[in-house]
Design a protein. Structure first.
Length: 131
């Protein structure tokens, strides 16, 4: 049953349905994928692409997940600037723009002021398509 659900979610992800794109990540890989490095790598790529697709459709929850995942380096290599950009985009879409201290507080490593400003600008550009 779980295999069938994940197959269905995979199809919905490819169809571009934001809720499915988020659910695919939240469900996680099945136990067989977790044991097979190639299947796990493919799942990670599909999950990341799905979350990015949902974020591109202005889904704030996907933006927030991406911010956390980019900081942690869970699905792709760690990228603090992308994490801040995603968090800012989420804040713009939710109409709750985070301040610099809040952005710094969600990062696992410090970020210089200039880097933070550039990442904040990137987040504004990401969110611009949602207006």
């Amino acid at each position: 049953l779980l295999q069938e659900r994940l197959r269905f979610l995979g199809e919905a992800v490819r169809a571009g349905l934001p809720a499915a794109q988020i659910d695919f990540y939240m469900e996680g890989p099945d136990a067989l994928q977790a044991l097979d490095p190639d299947a796990l790598k493919a799942w990670r790529a599909q999950a990341l692409a799905g979350l990015q697709g949902a974020a591109a459709q202005c889904e704030p929850f996907a933006m927030g997940l991406l911010a956390t995942l980019h900081d942690a380096g869970e699905l792709a290599p760690r990228d603090a600037a992308q994490a801040v950009g995603d968090a800012v985009a989420e804040g713009v879409v939710r109409r709750r723009l985070p301040g610099d201290e809040r952005l710094r507080g969600r990062l696992s490593e410090p970020m210089a002021d200039a880097e933070l400003a550039a990442a904040r600008g990137q987040g504004g550009r990401l969110a611009a398509a949602c207006r």
